[in-house]
Design a protein around this ligand. Sequence first.
Ligand SMILES: Cc1cc2nc3c(=O)[nH]c(=O)nc-3n(C[C@H](O)[C@H](O)[C@H](O)COP(=O)(O)O)c2cc1C
Length: 359
Amino acid sequence: MTMDKTRVKCYSVADYEKQAELKITDTAALGYFNGGTEGTETLRDNLAAFSRYKLRPRHMRDISTINTKQRVLGCDIDFPVVVAPFAFAKMAHPDGEYAVARACAGMDTAFTLSSWTSKSIDDVTKESSTGVKWLQLYLVKDRRVIVNVVRKAERHGFKAILVTIDLKIPSNRLTDKRNQFTMGNSELLRSPNASIDDTDQFHLLSLSWDDISWLKSITKLQVAVKGVMTREDAIEAVQHGVDGIVVSNHGGRALDCVEASIDALSEIVEAVKHSGVDILMDSGIRKGTDVIKALALGAKAVMVGRPIVWGLAVDGENGVKSVLEILKNELRISMGLCGCQSLSDINQTVIKKSTSSRL
Ligand SMILES: Cc1cc2nc3c(=O)[nH]c(=O)nc-3n(C[C@H](O)[C@H](O)[C@H](O)COP(=O)(O)O)c2cc1C
C-alpha cells in the first residue's frame, strides 16, 4: 500500500486550520474565509476569550455512560455542535454545500444552509436528503422573495430559519478589499424584478423587529435570530416571538470591537432565562473545552464556521465529518474529566472566570 506522504493526519481543528492554509491556494479565497473586519480585534478576542474561563472538574462521579444528545430548535441531534451558515462553500471544495450537508447527516447534527449558498437549495436537498437542515436568511426587502424561499425550505423539509441580523450593511473587510475579493450573487434571494446587485432590493436598512413577527406569522418553522450580542436585543427577540437566539458576532466578520461572543453569552442567558427560547452561541469555537464552556454558561448548542471550512478544504465531506468527530470526541473527554454524564450536568458550577488569561 502506498501512503500519500503529502497528506498529514489531523488530530485537532488547529491541525485542519494549518492544512487548509496549504490547500486553499487562492489568496483571496483564503483571506475571505479566515479574515475579519477592520483591525480584527473581535476576531482575535473570540479565540482569546475562551482562555479567560477555567473548568472546575468534579471527580469520583460515575461516568460509565456519557450522553451528548441534545434537542435544539425542535430537532434532535447527537451532540450540541451544529454547522454555522457560511457563504460560497464551493470555493473551499467543488462539492461545497453537498459535502457539508452529507457530513452533518452522517454525524447526526444540524446543517445550516447560507443565503449565499453556492449550490441551489433544491440540489442540496437532492444530494443530501436525510439529516436536520436549517436555513439562514437575510430578510431582504421584497417579501415575495422571502415567502418564496420560506415555502421552498418548508417543502424541502428544513426545520428552522435563522435570520441574520448583524449585517444590515456590509462590514469593512480590509483583507477582501486588498485582495479585490467581491461577493457573487445570492441565487436564493434573487428577486423576480430586481437583481441582488440592486442595493434597493437587497438593502436591509429599514429592517426591524416587526419583520421577525411577520416571518413568524407566515411559517410554522422554528425562527431564530443570529447575531444577538446584548441583553436588550435578546429581550426584543423574545418579545417578537423567536424560538431561538444565536449569540454571535459573525465570527468577527461584522462590527469590529464588539466583545467576544463567549463574553456576551451570560448576560443574554440571564436576560431571557424564563422565556424558554433556545440559546445557541458561535464565534471562536475550536475545541471540545470551548464547547463545554459555552454550555456551562447557558448555551444549548454551539455553531462552528471556519473549522468546517477548513475540514471541507482539506478533504471534502470526510474532512467535515472528521472535524465534527474531533469536536464531539473532545467534548466527551471534557465531560468525562469534569464528571458530567449528560449535558444537563454541565452548569455554572463547571466553570469560573479567571482573573488571568495566561495560557
Ligand atoms: C467564510 C464565512 C462565510 C460566512 N457566511 C455567512 C453567511 O452567509 N451568513 C451568516 O449568517 N453567517 C455567515 N458567516 C458567519 C458564521 O455563520 C458564523 O457566525 C461564524 O463563522 C462563527 O465563527 P467561527 O468561524 O469562529 O466559528 C460566515 C462565516 C465565514 C467564516
